[in-house]
Design a protein around this ligand. Structure first.
Ligand code: NI
Length: 299
């Protein structure tokens, strides 16, 4: 089923809709997204004793609301980073949601009042609609990462349309949210496909400027050091919430970036604050040391 174009273009994010929409289960494929690359043989450091604490009380929806998430189709077709005037960055998590890793990650983000962007696969959305709803309720953004993680660049237009539409609809069914972003699996999407996705779905193609290669499971401390050393102002960080090492790396990673003065926004917020011209020196260091970090607790 293909959602109407007009629906893609509207910002429909009312949490009220969450209560009205049913759970979409049953038509899903249980297949996990394709594993990327060879297994490294490195043991994961996942703490299997971890239990997600229950969510107590209402979580304010996006307490950093002064940041608009509205951007037009003229903002751009493809983004690997966004030229912005302040120490803003976006961290993104692909391939989920995952039954246990994503809730653990959400706890970590909530503790730090950090808003992230989750590029989700439609098959996992159908498996875990409640996790999707929690992602939305806690102010994060959802983006389309295809239905079951194929190489879209090798598919026909009709096949790509099916991949994107099924995922768009799965998220809409579970959360009431119309997504506005696309991250093609493996970043594999031709220039013509990118133009088409923007025309047909209103999706800019979101790539990344920081890649810790966390899917190779290099160890949590390596993931942390790669992200913190590569991140610069306006950067888009690629990570995956289906790997235990990535989740284990997040407390130290997030705290290090906060200490450097970075402020986390969603990808749509980052695009909406795009400056007209690229900065003189895009590789320049971000905020001065000692710049106020993002509030550690939600208002
Ligand atoms: Ni992926």
């Amino acid at each position: 089923m293909r959602p109407e174009l007009s629906r893609h273009m509207k910002r429909f994010c009312s949490t009220l809709a969450l209560a009205l929409l049913g759970v979409s289960l049953g038509s899903c494929s249980p297949a996990a997204p394709l594993a990327m690359g060879p297994a490294s043989g490195v043991k994961t450091t996942t703490n299997t004793n971890y239990r997600t604490p229950p969510v107590k009380g209402a979580v304010p929806r996006n307490p950093d609301a002064p940041f608009s998430n509205q951007f037009g189709q003229g903002a751009g077709v493809t983004f690997t980073r966004v030229p912005v005037a302040g120490p803003y960055i976006a961290i993104t998590f692909d391939d989920g949601p995952h039954a246990t890793f994503t809730p653990r990650l959400l706890d970590m983000l909530r503790e730090r009042n950090i808003k992230a962007t989750f590029f989700v696969c439609g098959n996992n959305c159908e498996l875990y609609p409640n996790i999707l709803r929690r992602i939305v309720a806690e102010g994060h953004e959802l983006g389309n990462h295809s239905y079951n993680h194929p190489v879209l660049a090798k598919m026909s237009e009709e096949q790509v349309r099916s991949q994107l539409s099924r995922t768009h609809q799965a998220v809409l069914n579970a959360t009431g949210v119309n997504m506005h972003l696309l991250r093609p699996p493996y970043g594999a999407f031709t220039p013509a496909q990118r133009e088409w996705a923007l025309r047909e779905f209103g999706y800019p193609t979101i790539l990344w400027s920081v890649d810790p290669l966390d899917w190779k499971k290099p160890g949590s401390s390596v993931i942390t050091s790669r992200i913190t050393s590569q991140t610069t102002q306006g950067g888009i960080i690629l990570a995956h919430d289906i790997h235990g090492q990535t989740i284990d790396a997040m407390p130290a990673t997030l705290d290090a970036l906060l200490r450097k003065g970075y402020r986390f926004v969603t990808v749509s917020q980052l695009i909406a604050m795009k400056t007209q011209a690229a900065p003189q020196n895009p590789a320049a260091a971000p905020a001065a040391p000692g710049a106020p970090a993002q509030a550690a607790t939600a208002p």
